[in-house]
Design a protein around this ligand. Structure first.
Ligand code: GLN
Length: 545
C-alpha cells in the first residue's frame, strides 16, 4: 500500500522544494523503504520539451523518453532505487488535453465538464498511478500556495488526503523565515500567512520546512508551531547548506524520518544509514585542489540550463577529490574574442544545444582543445560540432556542416536521422518519437562500444545504455574519410548502427558522444565518462607544475 507525502511551498518561489522533497525521499530510502516522486507543474505547456532553457532551465530526459522538469533530475540524483518515467511529471496542460480529448470523444455523455470533478479526478488518478508499487510517493506541487494556476492541484491534494486518510497521507509545506537585520530578528509572519492560505483551501500541513539563512531558536519554532497548528517537533529548520547533499543528514538530525515512519506505521525499520551521503559531503568539503572546466555554450547566463552537466561535473570532482570550477564561456562571444581566454582551462566541454547561433564559437573552442591537447568532452550538439570541426580542418572537407544550420552544405556530415534512415531504406523500422518539430530520438537506448577504444576502456564494458534527445545524426557515409584522417568512431547504437561516440586516439583525451551521459550521473555513483574526463583535467592541471 502506497503512502503519500504532498509537498507545497509558500511565501516565495525558489525555496528548493524539489531538493527538500528529494532529501526526504533519500532519507526514507535509507530506512529501507521504496520511494518514488512526482512533480505536478501548473503551467499550460503540455510538457517542458518546447520551453526555452533560458526561461525554464534544462529539460530533463527520463529513461522512457519523457521530457520533464529539471526537478526530476534531482529526484534521480537523490534516489538509487527508483527511476523516473513519463508518469512522474505532468502539467496542467497535459491534464486539460486529456480531459478535452475525452470530451471530444463524447466520453462524458453530454455532461458538463468542470474543474471539479473532471480535472481533479484526472490529477488524482495520475498521482495514484505514479505511486503504484512503492511504499511511499512524494508528490511535489509546482508554484506557490495562493497561485491561481495551482488551485486544481491543491484541491486534488485536499481530496486525496481525505480519501487516503491520516495514516496514508501527509503534507509537508516549505516556507521562508526572512531575517530583518534592522530588528535583528527572524520573522515568522510570512509563514503564518502562507499556512493560513493553505488552511483556507482545507489543507492542514503536517510538517513545516522553514528555510532560513540563520539559526532558529526553540522559542521561534514553538511560536511557529503554535500559530500553525503543527507539532513543534514537525517544525523543521532548513538553514542554507554548503551543499544540497547535506540536507538528508540535516533532516535526519531533526528526526523527520521518524516522524513520517511513525505516522505511516513503519515501526520496525532499521535506522537510516547515511554514510554514503556523508562521504559525498566529506569529499566535497576537502578537495585536494581546483580544476577548471570551460563550458562553451549558448545559455551561459542561466547555469540551470545545464543543470545535469553541472551536477555531473561536480560528481566527477567528488570521485577525483578535486573541486571542479566551471567557467561558462559564451560561444557567440568566442567568435570575436581572443580564443586564448581558454588558456586557463584544464578541460573544455561543449554541451548539447539547438540551432546555429554560437556554433562557430563552439567549433573554435573544439579546435583549440584538439590542437592544444586539452581534454575535451562533447555532448550531443557538442559531438556533432566536433565531427564537423575535424572534417573541416583535418579531413579536407572545408565545407562540412550540419543541415540543421546549412541546408546547402556540400558535405552534410550531420543531418536529420530520418534522412539517413531513408537513404538506407530503414525508415520503417525506426523507433522514434514524433514531436512538434519532427522526429526525435528520445530516451534510453543501447550502444555497442568498439573494442580497443578509449571510450570502451572507460566504461569497462561493451554495451552501454544512455539517454538521447536530438533530431540530427552523423551520416555514416563520412565515417571512412574521418577515420582515415585520424578520428575514430568508438561506439554505434545497437539498433540502427548510428554513430554514438567518437574519439581522437592521438589526443590525450578527446571524446564526444551523441547521447547525454549527464542524465545518469549521481553524487554517490558518479558517471565513468565524467570521472575520466576530470581525471584527465587533473593531469592537464598538474602538467605545468
Ligand atoms: N540540435 C542537435 C540535434 O537536434 C543537438 C541536440 C542536442 O544537443 N540535444 O540533433
Amino acid at each position: 500500500m502506497t503512502h503519500f507525502i504532498f509537498v507545497t511551498g509558500g511565501v516565495v518561489s525558489s525555496l528548493g522544494k524539489g531538493i527538500s522533497a528529494a532529501s526526504v525521499a533519500a532519507l526514507l530510502e535509507a530506512r529501507g523503504l521504496s520511494v518514488t516522486m512526482v512533480k505536478m507543474d501548473p503551467y499550460i505547456n503540455v510538457d517542458p520539451g518546447t520551453m526555452s532553457p533560458f526561461q525554464h532551465g534544462e529539460v530533463f530526459v527520463t529513461e522512457d523518453g519523457a521530457e520533464t522538469d529539471l526537478d526530476l533530475g534531482y529526484y534521480e540524483r537523490f534516489l538509487r532505487r527508483a527511476k523516473m518515467t513519463k508518469l512522474n511529471n505532468f502539467t496542467s496542460g497535459r491534464v486539460y488535453q486529456d480531459v478535452l480529448n475525452k470530451e471530444r470523444r463524447g466520453d462524458y455523455l453530454g455532461g458538463t465538464v468542470q474543474v471539479i470533478p473532471h480535472i481533479t479526478d484526472n490529477i488524482k488518478e495520475r498521482v495514484l498511478r505514479a505511486g503504484e508499487g512503492y511504499d511511499v510517493a512524494i508528490v511535489e506541487i509546482g508554484g506557490t500556495v495562493g497561485d491561481i494556476e495551482s488551485l486544481p492541484f491543491m484541491e486534488s491534494v485536499r481530496q486525496l488526503m481525505v480519501e487516503l486518510g491520516h495514516k496514508r497521507s501527509m503534507l509537508m509545506h516549505l516556507t521562508l523565515l526572512p531575517y530583518i537585520s534592522s530588528a535583528a530578528e527572524l520573522k515568522t509572519k510570512p509563514t503564518q500567512h502562507s499556512v493560513k492560505e493553505l488552511l483556507s483551501i482545507g489543507i492542514q500541513p503536517d510538517i513545516l520546512i522553514c528555510r532560513t539563512e540563520h539559526d532558529v531558536d526553540a522559542d521561534t519554532t514553538r511560536k511557529i508551531a503554535l500559530f500553525t497548528n503543527v507539532e513543534a517537533r514537525a517544525v523543521v529548520v532548513c538553514k542554507d547548506a554548503k551543499t544540497i547533499y547535506q540536507i538528508p543528514r540535516n533532516f535526519y538530525e531533526q528526526n523527520v524520518d521518524d516522524l513520517i515512519c511513525e505516522r505511516f506505521g513503519y515501526n520496525d525499520l532499521p535506522k537510516a544509514d547515511l554514510s554514503d551521503w556523508d562521504q559525498v559531503c566529506e569529499a566535497l568539503f576537502n578537495p585536494e585542489y581546483t580544476v577548471r572546466v570551460a563550458m562553451v555554450g549558448k545559455y551561459v547566463e542561466l547555469p540551470d540550463a545545464y543543470k545535469s552537466v553541472n551536477e555531473a561535473l561536480l560528481h566527477a570532482g567528488i570521485q577525483n577529490r578535486v573541486k571542479v570550477q566551471i567557467d561558462y564561456v559564451d560561444a557567440q562571444a568566442l567568435e570575436s574574442e581572443d580564443i586564448a581566454i581558454l588558456d586557463t582551462a584544464d578541460a573544455i566541454l561543449v554541451p548539447g544545444g539547438f540551432g546555429e547561433r554560437g556554433t562557430e564559437g563552439k567549433m573554435a573552442a573544439i579546435r583549440y582543445a584538439r590542437e592544444k591537447g586539452i581534454p575535451f568532452l562533447g555532448i550531443c550538439l557538442g559531438m556533432q560540432l566536433a565531427v564537423i570541426e575535424y572534417a573541416r580542418h583535418v579531413a579536407q572537407m572545408p565545407e562540412a556542416s550540419s543541415t540543421e544550420f546549412n541546408r546547402a552544405t556540400k558535405y552534410p556530415l550531420i543531418g536529420l536521422i530520418t534522412e539517413w534512415l531513408d537513404e538506407r531504406g530503414e525508415l520503417q523500422q525506426r523507433n522514434l518519437e514524433s514531436d512538434l518539430g519532427g522526429t526525435m530520438r528520445l530516451g534510453a537506448q543501447k550502444s555497442e562500444l568498439v573494442a580497443g577504444t578509449k571510450t570502451r576502456e572507460i566504461y569497462g564494458k561493451a554495451e552501454i545504455t544512455e539517454r538521447h534527445r536530438h533530431r540530427y545524426e552523423m551520416n555514416d557515409r563520412f565515417i571512412e574519410p574521418l577515420e582515415k584522417a585520424g578520428m575514430r568512431v568508438s561506439g554505434y547504437s545497437s539498433v540502427q548502427h548510428l554513430v554514438e561516440t567518437v574519439e581522437i586516439p592521438a589526443h590525450p583525451w578527446f571524446i564526444a558522444v551523441q547521447f547525454h551521459p549527464e542524465f545518469t550521473s549521481s553524487p554517490r555513483d558518479g558517471h565513468p565518462l565524467f570521472a575520466s574526463f576530470i581525471d584527465a583535467a587533473k593531469k592537464q592541471n598538474q602538467k605545468g607544475k
